[in-house]
Design a protein around this ligand. Sequence first.
Ligand code: GDP
Length: 598
Amino acid sequence: MEIAHTRNFCIIAHVDHGKTTLSDRLLEHTNTVAQRVLTDQHLDSMDLERERGITIKSHPVTMLYPSKNGTTYKLNLMDTPGHVDFSYEVSRSLAACEGALLLIDSAQGVEAQTVANAHLAFGQNLKVIPVINKIDLPGANLDLCLSQLEDILTIPAEEAILASGKAGIGIEEILEAVVERVPPPRWSDHAHTRALVFDSLYDSYRGVIAYVRVFSGEVKPGDAMLLMSNGNKSEVKEVGIFTPKMEKAQKLAAGDVGYLVSNIKDTSEIKTGDTITLAQRPATEMLPGYQEVRPMVFCGLYPVDSSDYEKLKAAMGRLRLNDAAFVFASESSVALGFGFRCGFLGLLHMEIIQERIRREHDVDIISTYPSVVYHVVTDDGALREVDNPVNLPDPGAVREIREPTIKAAIHIPNESMGDIFALIMEKRGTIDHTDTLDANRIMLTCTLPLNEILVDFNDRLKSITRGYGSMDYELGEYRQAELVKMEILINAEPVDAFASIVHREKAEGKGRELCGRLAEIIPPQMFKVAIQAAIGGKIIARDNVKEMRKDVTAKCYGGDISRKRKLLDKQKEGKKKMKQFGRVSIPSDAFIKVLKTN
Ligand code: GDP
């Protein structure tokens, strides 16, 4: 098929605005998938993604559409991950397209993710086709959506298509608009073969399956391919397209979207955003936009039952095969034993990996408090990256600590303004500007430390706005802040699992709270045990473990020796799972309980 008759596009939307339903409808309308085969959500494959309504892995699909102008077009629909943690992945999927359908739920209007996604699409020079979706809903407010399109996104209202994925309204019109308005594949006249890797998948038989968009030239089995980011060479074994299942093809040509299998066995060797060229006649310039993806959020993961260590290690190894952005390395903790330090793209990514370890691999795990990556300038002027509070140099040796910030767009109803302002202040954020979205809603653009939104920011935003608030963010700059390492000491010994980097002004409150919680959960001890929070040796909060005279044999009246022994044995049994802090033994599940109640 001629390249002029190919269209590559994607659908971008705020979560729940109907992307999956509409994608399914397009596949059905083009007879790509028979109606009966369609599960409700054809493009999302992982259970967890389905449950959470988010897409992590992109699954493209090729459709054939006989247009009203008499020509049959090849339409490649790319799926984009739906969450801010994966914004680099989103940008790479967008880079593989020339156009985007921008969905807006007619009852909800424009939301934070709609704006963020639209800007990503504009940034890639895509032709954006606005679709007001779910017009079958009684609560549809078309006037509002159309004016928001113009005011917030600066897209002319007359370009909008009114549709309903569910009721099947406007489907033909959308397909015609893709053909008419989205330009044919760009950059196809480049002299050398260039293909963009926009995702990859690990298959235990075939190794890494790369999802590619060919821009110029062609690739076929037997070709010697070259990865431009690292110069690695490999042989192409198989290529094909998604129908949506993988279907072998003889070659992939300029404009095509499909998959490629080579000798590469490790996902980390073929990175999202890389450019594939041919080793004999290599291109000299990569396709634009490649970045090294770096984990932003770290935490320790430990098996609750220490005999699960090997099982946990194997589970993480398997997850990593499919997810090069997830990293881990062994570490050990005084309080929690042997485990792993893990790095993630963001909070949601962290939660997903943890849940998959629990569910799919059946290992019960505990996580330490998440930490961001700090830039620490030491006295000699050197810059160190610290992702684990335990590794922060002594305060005396630190000249300055810088923390990562985010630029957030927060959409809220007017009446929540006061409470949200207070929340942002509490989280050390600043409001850069406010914009009116409509009569009832405003958009705040703010800068916040990434660390402050890690734990409960989104939950509190949702609860203050009764579910109506939404947020999207991108990473901002590093900036200097009054940060200190706070340690928790039990019987004067530090407990590594509770060390954290906090803002100086918040340290005391946080220290008091943690000491209080530990004092409550640690079982009573034979003598007085202090729990203290300290900054650089200075105690800022303190509590005590309850005291108790625990003579387990006292109630045995001296006589029954076998019963006495049994009790003593039992006590010894209990001791095995204890961690020693000087003269004090603390059961590890006490630490686990405190970490869990966060
Ligand atoms: P996604 O998160 O953007 O992929 O959204 P889904 O396609 O999963 O849809 C979210 C919810 O909206 C589901 O409950 C759908 O049944 C519903 N939905 C999707 N499209 C329409 C539509 O056109 N009209 C109505 N009334 N509901 C829809």
